[in-house]
Design a protein around this ligand. Structure first.
Ligand SMILES: [Zn+2]
Ligand SMILES: [Zn+2]
Length: 360
């Protein structure tokens, strides 16, 4: 593997307090999840590199919270947090201190963005970031406060006018989509498993945005069992033309680690080769268009091996430090049926969106 052509300074968002959560013994997100990534980064040598630093997260402020969530919803989370009783939704149980913990795990994203805007680092990696299912009036799907939206508002406050959310998490970013549907200042590209059978049952090709935002919301759904080949095909067909057209000033990137074949909360069967391929392309795009400015929000990843491998690959791409996960053998190759559905979806996305931007 060749070293990165860039001399990039990378911030890793970390505090022990990120670990103060408890969704219960059977929940897919267990305490220790983020500390294990910190320990893994240490053992790989990432955290000893001269170009990698630890950035302290700070909680979202009251103003930031009010910007991204309705007062009623904030009051509900506060009440659950104080009593330790109740739930955000069926998949997202409450616990004592959930308000403080969610403020910090989401605040990490804004802290990373501030460090990039201040010129202290070029990129950041937040292991807790990517709560893309939280909506203005309600949370859900393991997401309390939408840090992606909070990050976008922070970028807008600093005057940025073209922000790319490249959301490759295997679940559609339905919360984030809702905030920016009519806003051409935010392009959201979401690759995800088909809404027909996968949570959050949203993210259809025809939801391209509204009014001045028409075309800036791009949904690319994949059928069950989609593997590396169809995914890369869809990426090559859609992402470079859109990003080259948009010329983003900042890239918020969710690398899609829960689309790995070991991750059985969803049904895509990618390997880390594709996760690396996507991360390398996005990293280069950040340098081409955004003076390198890019933040990685880990998003989902529910198998301990593939979550670690994916996080390792992403940090390797950004820091230029060698890391390779073990050999992998996905259970399926793409079959003809998968190919024809993906080709059809790609063609429909192009048909709906490309003419609006004059892309052939
Ligand atoms: Zn870089
Ligand atoms: Zn996910």
């Amino acid at each position: 593997m060749s070293p990165s052509p860039f001399e990039c300074r990378v911030g890793f968002l970390w505090s022990e307090l990120l670990e103060s959560f408890d969704f219960g013994a059977k929940h897919p997100i267990q305490p220790g999840r983020f500390r294990r990534i910190r320990d893994f980064y240490r053992s790989c040598g990432f955290l000893g590199l001269p170009n990698v630093s630890v950035v302290q997260p700070r909680p979202l402020t009251q103003n930031e919270l009010e910007e991204i969530h309705a007062a009623d919803y904030l009051a509900k989370v506060r009440a659950i947090s104080d009593s330790g009783e109740g739930e955000i939704d069926i998949d997202t149980p409450g616990f004592k201190g959930i308000f403080e913990n969610a403020s910090l795990t989401s605040g990490a994203t804004v802290s990373g963005i501030r460090a990039v805007l201040a010129g202290e680092i070029d990129h950041f990696v937040s292991p807790t970031g990517g709560f893309h299912h939280a909506k203005f009036a309600r949370g859900g799907g393991f997401c309390i406060f939408n840090d992606v939206a909070a990050g976008v508002y922070e970028l807008k406050r600093s005057g940025l006018q073209r922000i790319l959310i490249a959301d490759f998490d295997v679940h559609h970013g339905n919360g984030t989509q809702e905030y920016f549907l009519s806003d051409p200042g935010v392009m959201q590209i979401s690759f995800h498993e088909s809404p027909e059978w996968m949570y959050p049952h949203d993210g259809y090709i025809d939801d391209i945005g509204e009014g001045p935002g028409a075309g800036y919301n791009i949904n690319m759904p994949f059928p069950m069992d989609s593997a590396d080949a169809v995914y890369r095909y869809a990426f090559q067909e859609l992402v470079p033309p859109l990003v080259d057209f948009y010329e983003p000033e900042f890239i918020i990137f969710l690398p899609g680690i829960d689309a790995h074949y070991k991750d059985r909360l969803a049904h895509l069967v990618l390997t880390t080769h594709t996760i690396r391929f996507v991360a390398e392309w996005m990293h280069q795009a950040a340098h081409r268009y955004a003076s390198g400015r890019m933040g990685v929000l880990a998003g989902g990843g529910y198998h301990p091996d593939s979550f670690q491998w994916g996080m390792g690959v992403v940090m390797s791409v950004l820091s230029g430090h060698d890391y390779g996960p073990p050999p992998q053998s996905p259970p399926f190759e793409d079959n003809e049926e998968t190919w024809s559905e993906v080709r059809e979806n790609v063609a429909r996305v192009k048909e709906r969106v490309f003419p609006l931007f004059g892309i052939n």
